[in-house]
Design a protein around this ligand. Structure first.
Ligand SMILES: NC(=O)c1ccc[n+]([C@@H]2O[C@H](COP(=O)([O-])OP(=O)(O)OC[C@H]3O[C@@H](n4cnc5c(N)ncnc54)[C@H](OP(=O)(O)O)[C@@H]3O)[C@@H](O)[C@H]2O)c1
Length: 174
């Protein structure tokens, strides 16, 4: 990672959170207190789209956490005990959970989290739609490069590990 990645990340998440909140609040009529539908609050959570969105959010977040844990464990397990660093810089083929069928399952989970937020906003929040679009493009390019890197770095071992192949990021699509 270089400094431009940090700047893009800070800009993206800063702008995304702020803009999604402003747009969401405007859609709900929060800017005009007389327009707020207060009955929304009590019954809102029982709407099918809210239940689907929250379930997908929790499901995807759980898998993203599990996949991040798998990646982190590679580093802590391959650490040299005589080194002062708490992590090694060894790369291995991650195994387990969604890694068995997808090259970058943590990216897939990220996309599903955006999908869940779009569902929650009934696909009406343009900021979140733009965020979803950006995330799909950005992470698909990165996942594709990651797949190439695994093939180059682990060669026949990689092929033998996943004889039936894996999806790069979006199961059934790519
Ligand atoms: N919404 C967006 O546009 C967006 C953009 C970027 C990231 N994200 C999210 O942020 C999270 C992290 O993304 P990322 O691009 O930093 O993920 P990543 O490149 O896969 O790296 C995650 C961590 O795992 C390590 N790692 C990856 N593969 C490894 C392997 N084979 N063996 C050992 N260690 C390995 C990496 O080490 P190294 O640092 O040494 O590679 C890094 O510390 C993801 O969940 C992603 O979805 C979202």
């Amino acid at each position: 990672m270089n400094v431009s990645h940090y700047l893009i990340g800070i800009g993206f998440y800063g702008a995304m959170v702020f803009a999604a909140w402003i747009e969401g609040a405007a859609n709900l009529g929060v800017w005009d207190i007389n327009d707020v539908d207060w009955s929304l609050k009590s019954s809102y959570i029982l709407n099918p789209h809210v239940i689907i969105a929250l379930s997908l959010y929790v499901y995807a977040s759980w898998h993203q956490h599990t996949c991040h844990q798998i990646l982190a464990n590679i580093r802590s397990k391959t650490r040299d005990p005589s080194s002062s660093s708490s992590q090694s810089n060894v790369y291995q083929i991650p195994r387990g959970d969604w890694f068995e069928s997808v090259v970058c399952p943590h990216y897939l989970a990220d996309i599903l989290i955006y999908v869940s937020m779009c569902i929650l906003n009934k696909w009406q929040n343009l900021t979140l739609l733009a965020g979803l679009f950006w995330t799909i493009i950005n992470l698909t390019v990165t996942a594709s490069e990651t797949e190439e890197w695994y093939k180059k770095s682990f060669g026949s071992k990689y092929k033998k590990t996943f004889v039936r192949g894996r999806w790069v990021i979006l199961p059934g699509i790519y």
